[in-house]
Design a protein around this ligand. Structure first.
Ligand code: SAM
Length: 213
């Protein structure tokens, strides 16, 4: 992933990288070697702090991949906290199950196989915290479904809002033009949503954080 910070700052901050957990390091290595996009380590550290502080009972994640962020969420949940995580790729789910088992948080992480568009409208209970990290061209619709499922006062976190730096760039490589347009349009929507107090911060790949008002 291209960094949105100046490289020197990123490298400087790297010395403070929080997680020395062997499983987390193994998953970061696996994701990097197999080009599976997972949450940047600084965003993951921030997500853990937000979870710890918000102390949610029910968390929804859209986009499990190999369950890297699911595990980082789960290990900060209160005793009866649970994270429901949606993933449509069966390959990713197989791996996610292995890692969740290894993590020992299988009682806190419930993996839901399917497309979020099919699953989310069937949920009858709301969530205290939602982490949206799926395909960027679907963000707008998934965000609407997410806000509807979020309790008042609940928090939503959305990843990749600076989109490898392209969201703010004057020149965007042709292969990123369409996705960048999606992210730019989404950011406008996110920042003016009438039910949200929002901010986008330059950590990792750009993290959107909002509280439902
Ligand atoms: C960026 S990865 C998730 C990374 C993960 N949150 C982490 O940080 O460890 C995005 C994942 O979302 C899944 N995905 C994308 N659109 C989806 C949808 N509509 N329903 C369910 N899963 C979806 C993809 O298959 C992919 O595994």
């Amino acid at each position: 992933m291209d960094k949105i910070l100046y490289p020197a700052q990123y490298e400087y901050l790297r010395q403070f990288k929080d997680s020395k957990d062997p499983l987390i390091l193994e998953m970061e290595k696996y994701a990097s070697e197999h080009k599976i996009p997972i949450l940047d380590w600084q965003s993951a550290a921030l997500l853990e702090i937000l979870i710890k502080n918000a102390n949610p009972r029910r968390v929804l994640e859209i986009g499990t991949a190999i369950a890297y962020s699911s595990i980082r969420i789960a290990r900060n949940l209160r005793k009866k906290g649970i994270v429901h995580t949606i993933e449509k790729s069966t390959d990713n789910i197989s791996l996610a199950k292995v890692y969740v088992k290894k993590s020992g948080y299988d009682d806190k992480i419930k993996i839901l196989l399917g497309d979020a568009f099919d699953l989310m409208p069937t949920f009858d209970r709301k969530y205290d915290f939602i982490f949206l990290d799926a395909d960027k061209n679907e963000y707008s619709k998934l965000f609407k479904l997410s806000v509807a499922l979020l309790k008042k006062g609940g928090m939503i976190v959305v990843d990749n809002l600076l989109w490898h730096g392209h969201a703010a760039a004057e020149k965007v490589p042709p292969e990123y033009k369409t996705s960048t347009e999606y992210v730019r349009n989404f950011n406008k929507e996110f920042m003016v949503h009438p039910r949200l107090k929002p901010v986008i911060i330059p950590v990792g790949d750009g993290l959107g954080i909002g509280i439902k008002i």
